[in-house]
Design a protein around this ligand. Structure first.
Ligand code: C6P
Length: 409
């Protein structure tokens, strides 16, 4: 294996526990990842020694907190290869970032303009656009998927027209595990003058992402899926756009001057960071980035791919299992949604839990996709840097045991 799992697992004490009399196997990292000791230490050190508000007091603690908070911004910038640190806005997570973008672009839409997304989007890349469409009279349209859940590029080419103003697509689906051609879609969007947005919640934790190479106008992701604490995320934007667009939240620290009736805005990135931010979260995100960089994003990607290459054919060989997303392991990330035909995914998830295995079951906040693939819900196993081939074997054994328990052939 590319990564030394034995060594890595020592960094995640939470994994070393017994659940329902079995050693825990955590296969729900697409929902949220576990946090290494290095991140927990940095967050607790911050609260123990430096806790203070940022950009406000000029006392020593305030300076230290500000320095650490801004150092994390530099780490994020380098991690996604943004051109400028002012393009990194700290938010609560992907959901907040996407909601921000939809509100920021409101003034740029007219009645009849089109917003284009796909059927595989997470609700946080659906509802903000539904609401924006209602407010502006724009039309929300969907790009079709092929039979294995890939974006139908012919349909994308047909639907990206002079009416299109926004194209917003997940970089990696949280259900199908497919990687989408964001760069190619961006070229099509830019050719008609539309904005290209991508939701990186399931990509940034698992692969090397270069926002300049992708050439997106906006990119959103969450810290908690990449070893950082909850409540911190990032909104990346093209510098010229962030400079032109108005803030969508107002309050402390995002201002230059406040009069009785009018105010003016601070320079980037403060303009989009109203109120006291999640300081410990941002610092924890910086520590998570250090941790991921030490392992190497390409190594993390290869490690997960090795697991998928091993697991997917085994899973496909079991009768009575339906797996969603591309059948070729090379096209499938470590997010594997499946159903055992004849069983409700919640029963599957409970049966797994009884065997110490944590998987998610439900609609995965992707109801339009579930309707599209004609399913009420699915079970989903998602793998990360701390998972092993041994766990993949246990997962297969659990499927067989679950089938047997419910009397399925
Ligand atoms: N998906 C899952 O179990 P937040 O909740 O803001 O950190 O991330 C939202 C989000 C946006 N886009 C994609 C592709 C996502 O996967 C998620 C979060 C989790 O699949 C929780 S619903």
């Amino acid at each position: 294996m590319t990564l030394n799992s034995e060594k890595i697992r020592k960094d995640f004490k939470i994994l070393d526990q017994i659940v329902n009399d079995e050693p825990l196997i955590y296969l729900d990292s697409a929902a949220t990842s576990q946090k290494p000791q290095a991140v927990l230490d940095v967050v607790s050190d911050y609260y123990l020694h430096d806790n203070s508000n940022v950009h406000r007091g000029v006392h020593t603690l305030g300076e230290r907190a500000t320095q650490a908070y801004e150092a994390s911004r530099d780490k994020v910038r380098a991690f996604i290869n943004a051109g400028d640190r002012r393009q990194v806005i700290f938010t609560r997570g992907t959901t907040t970032s996407l909601n921000f973008i939809a509100r920021m672009l409101e003034g740029r839409l007219d009645e009849g303009d089109e917003i284009l997304i796909t059927y595989m989007e997470h609700h946080s890349n659906v509802i903000p656009w539904q609401e924006l469409a209602k407010r502006t009279g724009a039309k929300l349209r969907y790009i079709e998927l092929d039979s294995e859940g890939r974006i139908d590029m012919d349909d994308a080419r047909a639907k990206i027209t002079s009416a299109t103003k926004i194209v917003s697509v997940a970089h990696v689906s949280n259900v199908l595990g497919v990687v989408n051609p964001v760069k190619e879609l961006g070229e099509l969007a830019h050719a008609v003058g539309a904005y290209m947005i991508s939701d990186g919640a399931q990509s940034v934790p698992h692969m090397s992402v270069d926002v300049q190479d992708l050439d997106v106008d906006f990119y959103a992701f969450s810290g908690h899926k990449m070893c950082a604490p909850t409540g911190i995320g990032v909104l990346y934007g093209r510098l010229s756009l962030l400079e032109e667009l108005d803030p969508v939240e107002f309050g402390g620290e995002m201002i230059d001057f406040v009069g009785l009736q009018e105010s003016t805005w601070a320079a980037l990135p403060s303009k989009f960071e109203a109120g006291t931010p999640n300081i410990a979260g941002a610092i924890g995100l910086g520590a998570a980035i250090d941790y991921l960089n030490d392992l190497g994003m390409d190594n993390i990607h290869d490690h997960e791919q090795e697991i998928v290459n091993y697991l997917l054919p085994k899973l496909q060989a079991i009768p009575g299992i339906e797996i969603y997303g591309p059948s070729d392991p090379a096209e499938h990330t470590g997010v594997i949604a499946f159903n055992i035909i004849g069983l409700h995914p919640h029963d599957v998830s409970s049966a797994f839990d009884m065997q110490g295995i944590a998987v998610r079951a439900g609609h995965h906040c992707a109801q339009p996709l579930l309707k599209y693939i004609d399913q009420q819900s699915t079970a989903r196993a998602s793998f990360y840097l701390y998972n092993t081939l041994d766990e993949a074997d246990k997962f297969i054994e659990a499927i067989l045991a679950t089938k047997e328990f419910f009397g399925l052939k």
